[in-house]
Ligand binder design. Structure first.
Ligand code: ADP
Ligand code: ZN
Ligand code: ZN
Length: 740
């Protein structure tokens, strides 16, 4: 017997199968991990296929050394999936295979932990007799009677009950009355048990959604997109669907954004599904992650809840894959090989005949477009549960505030609402969607944001040389002294830090208590949870934060939400900035009024008429989508085109830029005269919007490519180019989550 093996070395040169001999007596199956001699060393590898005949000189074929596990680490479907990812993201197969197993499994960095167990070997009818036969040894009598329940008891447990248990135990073992053996122990990341709350009675909308989803468990269908407003009870729909899948003997995967995977959320699911659920996220220890993965692989856990990479969980007989908050950027992996967890979910669903459910209050433009085209089935839940109203949203025009002489960062309305909220003893959340990036420039009198004439994205202020730059086309202008639209001098870069807002709040509301959550206050391992818990416990009345407070949090005492500077993400130079702003504002607004008391939202903006702001104010997803979709089409942005870039990083900007420029020139030289050039209708080498990260200068070659079957050939060639040596570090990104 021979095996075709992919050696676990990520390099284009060894990206092919190698043939090895399976030694007599060794049990090898496709999907198993093995150790093989490779050159002078031993390497890990994946068995792709077994075959009877070698395809070259038998004398040169070496033996597999050993198998790493007794079972295939890779399920057949997941091996197929790896091939698909290799094709799509143009990476070596072994890189795609690595996605399918916990990183710590490679190189044997985690060990299976074992525990010692004891079992009685005496038949039940002879137990009494055996106890009698122990004469005066109380310990042996006790030991036999403990073990007589027929269960396996850990040595640890027996030690707790009988001192020096080893002695009587060894005696029983030597007389073949008991047996001592090692068994895998699983490290559990769980805190404790919660009692299952009774199932709520489903709302009509939940019932309708399920009447479409459940039949799909037994009849393969295209993916579903569930568009349900915040608080419409989407989670309960997931739970019922998963429960039905379990009933049919199938498993399920539920993907959630990392930040939403709080202990609370996990306990909530665990209270419904108990030990048949496993959790995969980045805060688990290596050992815990490995053990959870094995519980899934062995079929002990049939339900997986996890962040992006859990989409590769080895669930057999998959019934459903659910992607919660499907619009989140975190589903796009930022590491090589790139993948979109939503696409992977769809691909698994198709291959494994599972229900695919994408879900959000603010679906991505891409997914909603797919639904409109009929590629996904749209399900809508337009109302909150228990007839709870959506919060009332007020939009405040900050230009008007300035006209009235209010130079502070809080409008009169927000101040008044905060006063009311605090004096009633309720809680408020203030949200600043600041991104720590170079900022846009904005007129505080007329609200004008300076945009590039050619690109329809905001220009970015560079404090070093007081210029405005367009990061799409490279246009550079000096910073104007007055607003180009209204000639007022109140023109300045936007962006106030959370810290400054915190100081201001402490001054205005001395007794209220402010908790600030941003990158600076949440660096510790559990800082995020501690701050959330403090706020939940009512230790402060105001929670102030960035994006990280926008999602998933459920504080019933919050009745007021303020978006202090709604425009900041709107002006970020990315074609998705309107989409992101709309999503953020709707999600933030959705934090208000989740409990008994209804909620209010104040959005402060310089652009009240912008369709992203207006759409968020009325929480009208469809109206927003129609506008955004039209704009994408007119300006040829995704989903009508594809964005790709070579990101070049180096110590000096000059090096980064030079590399980018070289790549651009090579692309033009190579394709400029071929029909493929028509697939590239925009290419430019430039500084990246964030010019430095961790002291590395960043430049990029940005391209807009036509969606066309040919384009794949172009991308494959780009991937090769990215793999070559350059003075700067080069990485190819296709439709990246961020163009920063
Ligand atoms: P979404 O994810 O759609 O924003 P959630 O799933 O968080 O909404 O549900 C909002 C709240 O409504 C939760 O507290 C949940 O327990 C509750 N809920 C969900 N379904 C029902 C129901 N059928 N009856 C009563 N309460 C429900
Ligand atoms: Zn102006
Ligand atoms: Zn431009």
């Amino acid at each position: 017997m021979y095996a075709e093996i992919i050696v676990d070395i990520a390099s284009e040169q060894v990206d092919r199968v190698f043939t090895y001999r399976v030694p007599d007596g060794m049990k090898v199956q496709p999907g198993m991990r093995v150790v093989v001699p490779f050159g002078p060393r031993e390497k890990e590898g994946f068995v792709i296929r077994l075959k009877e005949q070698p395809d070259y000189d038998e004398n040169k074929i070496k033996d597999i050394r050993e198998t790493m596990e007794s079972y295939p680490a890779l399920l057949p479907h997941l091996m197929d999936l790896a091939w698909e990812i290799k094709e799509k993201s143009h990476c070596p197969l072994c890189e795609a295979l690595r996605l399918m197993i916990p990183a710590e499994m490679r190189g044997g960095r985690v060990k299976v932990k074992t525990e010692t167990f004891v079992r009685l070997l005496i038949p039940a009818e002879r137990i009494d007799e055996a106890i009698q036969a122990q004469g005066r040894s109380k310990k042996k009598k006790l030991l036999i009677s403990i073990l007589s329940d027929g269960r396996e008891h850990s040595l640890e447990e027996l030690r707790g009950m009988i001192s020096n248990v080893r002695e009587p135990l060894n005696d029983l073992v030597s007389r073949e009355m008991a047996e001592v053996f090692e068994k895998e122990a699983l490290r559990s990341p769980y805190y404790g048990r919660m009692d299952a709350p009774p199932d709520p009675e489903l709302t009509d909308e939940q019932q309708e959604a399920l009447s479409e989803l459940i039949p799909a468990l037994s009849r393969p269908q295209k993916p579903f997109l569930l568009h349900g407003v915040t608080g419409s009870g989407k989670t309960e729909v997931y739970i019922r669907l998963v429960r039905e899948a379990l009933k049919q003997g199938k498993g399920a995967i539920i993907l959630v954004p990392e930040i939403v995977l709080t202990p609370q959320m996990i306990n909530w699911f665990r209270s419904r599904f108990g030990n048949s659920m496993a959790v995969l996220h980045s805060r688990l220890s290596a050992g815990e992650r490995f053990d959870e993965w094995r519980r899934i692989r062995m079929g002990d856990a049939r339900i997986v809840i996890g962040a992006r990479s859990a989409v590769f969980a080895p669930v057999e007989n998959l019934g459903a894959v659910i992607v919660d908050e499907e619009h989140e950027q975190t589903y796009l992996s930022d590491r090589f090989p790139q993948y979109d967890a939503r696409d992977v979910a769809a691909s698994r669903g198709k291959r494994e005949k599972a229900v695919v459910l994408l879900s959000s209050a603010t679906p991505s433009v891409y997914s909603y477009a797919m639904a409109r085209r009929g590629d996904y089935t749209l399900i809508e839940m337009p109302h909150r549960v228990l007839n709870r109203p959506l919060p009332t949203v007020h939009v405040v025009d900050m230009r008007e505030e300035l006209r009235l002489g209010n130079h502070s960062m809080f409008s009169a309305l927000l101040q008044q609402k905060l006063d009311d909220c605090i004096s009633r003893g309720q809680q408020a959340m203030l949200f600043i969607n600041r991104r720590g990036y170079a900022s846009s420039v904005n007129c505080r009198k007329c609200g004008e944001t300076i945009k590039c004439e050619r690109c329809d994205v905001s220009m970015t202020y560079h404090s070093v040389d007081h210029t405005l730059r367009c990061h799409y086309c490279g246009a550079v202008h000096p910073m104007p002294k007055v607003c180009p639209a209204c000639q007022s001098p109140y023109i300045r870069p936007m962006g106030t830090g959370t810290q400054k807002v915190e100081e201001e709040l402490n001054k205005r509301f001395p007794g209220a208590g402010v908790i600030r959550m941003d990158v600076d206050t949440t660096t510790g391992k559990n800082a995020h949870f501690e701050l959330v818990d403090r706020f939940r416990a009512g230790q402060a009345q105001i929670l102030l934060g960035t994006q990280m407070i926008a999602k998933g949090l459920d504080f019933p005492q919050v009745t007021l939400v303020g978006a202090v500077m709604a425009d900041l993400t709107l002006n970020f130079p990315d074609y998705r900035s309107a989409e992101r702003t709309f999503q953020l504002l709707v999600q933030v607004a959705g934090r208000a009024g989740r409990g008994e008391k209804s909620g209010e939202v104040v959005i402060q903006t310089y652009q009240p008429d912008h369709y992203a702001i207006a759409g968020a104010a009325t929480q009208d997803y469809r109206a927003f989508f129609a506008r955004e979709f039209g704009r994408r089409k007119a300006d040829l942005y995704p989903p009508f085109t594809m964005m790709a870039r070579f990101l070049c990083e180096a110590r000096e900007m000059e090096t980064a830029l030079q590399t980018a420029e070289d790549i651009r020139k090579r692309i033009l030289a190579e394709f400029g005269h071929t029909p493929l050039a028509r697939r590239i209708f925009f290419i430019r080498a430039d500084e990246a919007p964030i010019t430095r990260i961790q002291d590395r200068a960043r430049a990029h070659v940005l391209m807009k490519l036509l969606n066309h079957p040919d384009t794949d050939r172009l991308l494959a060639r780009f991937q090769e180019m990215a793999g070559e040596e350059y003075p700067a570090k080069v990485q190819l990104e296709i439709n990246p989550a961020s163009l920063a």
